[in-house]
Write a protein that binds this ligand. Structure first.
Ligand code: SF4
Length: 883
């Protein structure tokens, strides 16, 4: 077996991966113990990477207007249509919409083509949806988009405050590093601030369930408290910053006023303030809960104000810390993937434009920032943008007002999509589909949340005639007549140019500086070890030169090198009876094009759900496991109800992953309003006023089958891969007249299968089991209420080599007939351990805590992503017993 060191393609933690390929092509994945972001750890998603590499839905060749085409035909057409559109309507009539999934080298070339040579700023990235408010907040406070600290700061801090961050699920390995550090130093404190009691809150000393969109009040109140109690670093503020007085004046809120604004008790607010003020080594970590807001940039600055005020920045265990959602959101920011930035952290000032134009020898460098994602899609919709190239992202699912985005792309005269699969909602609208390299085939670099650049290395051959994104863009650039500026033969060529631009006329004036790697050879690029920027000299490439921090010396990147306090007056959110909050779940990634390929990741949550507080459920007549409708003026979604006291009344949480491919009624971004932060342009995806109502289907259904099921045109359908086949959840407004015919068509049962069925019209129950010889091919259960059949048990029947007569009867009855046979929903994906199995161990007294559950069942002993959930089950049992 040969092993390649590469990087996980999912979240912004950027864990190191060792990918082994055996002689028979089998891929094994393990953590890279030498990688300084993860030290050998991988979460459930990273561990399952080897199971997501199947070729079944890969796009293997270009497609033009639905028909296979050669690269020459496809690329000639792309260049011709873009050139003709620019000729007729000017450079701003075309656009690129790119992705934090691209490697830095892909991103660099796309940005150079659009901003440097086409001459428009119209390239924006899906990182706009997750990071733009942090970028804007950094630029306002520091004069540059600088993350000051390192992951190690989360381990060495005495207090870590997580704001709007479900770190346990969304950045699991960083969370595990934090929890391990806390276990080693029990005096270390963790505070979680979130409207929802996520699993991350389980390990915290203090959980503050703030009302949505009131974080600015909480941190303004903290600034006031720090001032009133004398917790100020006078020397730092006086010598190195501007604007403290104005920021403090705008922030003035008493503890009581903060309590009233946030819905917290005054005692909790005061306790948090005392803890923050009294602890020198504080790291405040924030993520999408802060960024995805109409006040996202102000939230970031309200946090940075507190750190500047106390001088707690840039020193070990101190500082504000934004964690990025995507694997290469940071790389995209470095090369100007955002429409309002130029490459190498430069902006559209005259000096920066001139510098970049000279470096690139670019004749027509864009004069103005381009359109940000939401505005860009509006411009596509109203015809200002007439040709768009979408690379590695699925905006028809992931953008707010997703139905509006779908309509805009449908009406767009020319849509090009580069992707690894044609099975996305966006690819379905493309005039030209270009097959791109997938993870495992790509070669280049990514940058994680702590500014660490790591290599992604190819360990698999390119399938079909797929090409890396940088090469596809380069070939179009050459066809557009810009060959001299796009001479690249390899990612190493691009990386060297990117690094050289970062060093060009820098002299310490810009944070992003890779001069120490600008001259590396191809071989050195191949072997490049993970390195944290800035890399200002060859010496700084050495591993012991890691963990550099910014701003401890008080020198920022503003024109006068002083940091900036920003006035962030709090404006209470407009009252709404119910608001929608969207986000991620532990085992899925974005629109599931990869993670939905593996049954074990689908076993955690096999269908979309809406988390609703019990009080709201009672008020609206919503029962557990029934269906709910979430509706806004932009669209609606029908989703399974999950009634839980983790949710606060007045809020509903829905994951953003499900698509037309997996649950057509549950594309929740169709409901999300296209409201953006006025500074960053980031959509407020965590706060859409909505109507929530109970749905009363005539019937609910559940099925398992060997082959991929079809989606009938009914109220609700969600399909997921399962061991040995598929599982399907259904609900309809009208019972089918012919149940057997309906089941046959949905489950694709041919005439040669043997079908047993049972229909009780009075009780409204239907069951069907289909066999090919001795083997179960499909089972279908329908009832007037949510079907109670054990999902795990039914799925396991698919894997059985043969069914006996007794088994057949049990299948029709929908009951295992065996004690303890229902493991329940999967908690531990690595060892396939279900919630019922864990609960049985806890209630019997065989296990009492996470460690003993692990010892007994192995659950939580591999990647560790489920440890927080196991802890919650143990705690819940303890509380129940005490009660
Ligand atoms: Fe990948 Fe998980 Fe690491 Fe994120 S935490 S980079 S998803 S292994």
């Amino acid at each position: 077996m040969t092993e390649t060191r590469t990087t996980c393609p999912y979240c912004g933690v950027g864990c190191g991966v060792r990918a082994g390929v055996a002689g028979d092509g089998q891929v094994t994945i393990r953590g890279d113990a030498d990688h300084p972001a993860s030290y050998g750890r991988l979460c459930s998603k990273g561990s399952a990477l080897g199971e997501t590499l199947a070729m079944d839905d890969r796009l293997l060749g270009p497609v033009v207007d639905g028909r296979p085409a050669s690269w020459t035909t496809a690329l000639d057409l792309v260049a011709r249509r873009f050139a003709a559109t620019i000729e007729a309507h000017g450079p701003d009539s075309v656009a690129f919409y790119v992705s934090g999934q691209l490697l830095t080298e892909d991103y660099y070339v796309a940005n150079k083509l659009m901003k440097g040579f086409i001459g428009s700023g119209n390239i924006d990235t899906n990182s706009r949806l997750c990071m733009a408010s942090s970028v804007a907040g950094h630029r306002r406070a520091f004069g540059a988009d600088t993350v000051p600290g390192s992951y190690r700061d989360l381990e060495t801090a005495d207090l870590v405050v997580l704001v709007g961050s479900n770190l346990a699920w969304c950045h699991p390995v960083l969370y595990q590093r934090l929890i391990a550090a806390k276990a080693a130093r029990p005096e270390m404190k963790l505070v979680v601030i979130d409207p929802r009691r996520t699993v991350t809150a389980e390990g915290a000393e203090m959980f503050l369930a703030v009302a949505p969109n009131t974080d600015v009040a909480l941190f303004n109140g903290l600034l006031t408290f720090l001032s009133d109690t004398g917790h100020i670093d006078d020397a730092f503020v006086t010598d190195h910053t501007e604007g403290a007085t104005a920021a403090l004046a705008a922030a003035r809120l008493s503890v009581g006023e903060v309590a009233a604004a946030t819905g917290l008790s005054a005692e909790d607010v005061a306790a948090f303030y005392r803890l923050w003020a009294g602890t020198g080594k504080v790291v405040t970590v924030y993520s999408q809960g802060v960024n995805q807001s109409g006040q996202g940039t102000d939230k970031v600055n309200a946090i940075t104000n507190c750190h500047l005020f106390t001088g707690r920045i840039g020193r070990e265990g101190m500082g504000p810390f934004s964690v990025t959602g995507q694997p290469n959101a940071m790389g995209g920011r470095e090369v100007g993937g955002l429409a309002n930035q130029l490459a190498a952290h430069m902006d559209f000032s005259d000096a920066d434009r001139d510098r970049v134009a000279r470096f690139w020898n670019a004749p027509a460098l864009a004069r103005f920032p381009g359109l940000k994602a939401v505005d860009l899609m509006r411009a596509v919709g109203d015809g200002r943008v007439k040709a768009i190239w979408i690379m590695g992202t699925n905006p028809v699912v992931s953008m707010p007002d997703a139905d509006g985005v779908r309509a805009a792309l449908k009406a767009c005269p020319f849509v090009v999509v580069s992707d690894v699969t044609a099975r996305t909602d966006t690819a379905a609208l493309a005039h030209v589909l270009l097959p791109a390299a997938a993870w495992g085939e790509k070669d280049g670099t990514v940058t994680n949340s702590e500014r660490r650049i790591s290599r992604q290395r190819a360990f698999l051959p390119l399938p079909g005639v797929a090409k890396p994104d940088w090469l596809i863009v380069t070939e179009v650039a050459r066809r557009l007549g810009f060959g001299d500026a796009f001479p690249y033969r390899s990612p190493a060529d691009i990386f060297r140019e990117h690094a050289a631009l970062s060093a060009f006329e820098n002299e310490g004036s810009r944070d992003f500086d890779l001069s120490g790697v600008a001259g590396i050879s191809d071989a050195e690029f191949e072997d490049l070890a993970p390195v944290q920027w800035p890399v200002r000299s060859e010496a700084e490439r050495a591993p012991d030169a890691q963990d550099r921090r910014f701003f401890a010396d008080g020198r920022f990147f503003t024109p006068d090198r002083r940091g900036r306090f920003i006035a962030t007056p709090f404006a209470a959110p407009a009252p709404a009876q119910m608001t929608l909050n969207t986000g991620r779940i532990r085992d899925q990634w974005h629109t599931m094009t990869r993670t939905a390929k593996t049954p074990r990741l689908m076993a955690h949550f096999a269908e979309p759900f809406a988390e609703i507080a019990p009080a709201d459920a009672r008020r609206l007549g919503i029962t557990p496991a029934s269906l709910v409708k979430v509706e806004s003026p932009f669209g609606s979604a029908v989703i399974r109800a999950l009634v839980t006291d983790r949710q606060r009344p007045g809020s509903v949480f829905v994951p953003m992953h499900w698509t037309s491919e997996t649950a057509p009624s549950a594309r929740v971004d169709a409901v999300v309003a296209p409201v953006t932060d006025p500074v960053s342009g980031q959509p407020a995806s965590k706060f859409t006023p909505v109507e929530l109502s109970a749905v009363a289907p005539a019937w609910y259904g559940f099925a398992v089958c060997r082959d991929e099921p079809a989606f009938p045109e009914i109220l609700y359908a969600a399909r997921a891969r399962a061991k040995g086949g598929w599982r399907l959840e259904l609900a309809g407004e009208e019972a089918p007249a012919d149940w057997v015919g309906f089941a046959r068509e949905t489950l694709g049962l041919g005439p040669d299968v043997e079908v047993l069925s049972y229909l009780d019209t009075t009780a409204g129950r239907f069951r069907l089991a289909a066999f090919s010889g001795d083997r179960l091919v499909a089972a279908f259960f329908a009832a007037r209420e949510p079907v109670e059949v054990s999902r795990g048990w039914a799925v396991e029947r698919l894997a059985e080599p043969a069914t006996t007569a007794a088994h057949r009867l049990r299948l029709l009855a929908g009951r295992s007939g065996e004690a303890g046979a229902d493991p329940g929903a999967t908690v531990c994906s690595c060892f396939d351990v279900g919630v019922n199995t864990i609960l049985a161990a806890i209630t019997s007294g065989a296990a009492t805590d996470v460690a003993s559950v692990g010892k007994l069942l192995k659950a939580g002993t591999n990647c560790g992503s489920c440890r927080a959930e196991i802890g919650r089950l143990c705690d819940g049992h303890r509380v129940e017993k005490a009660g």
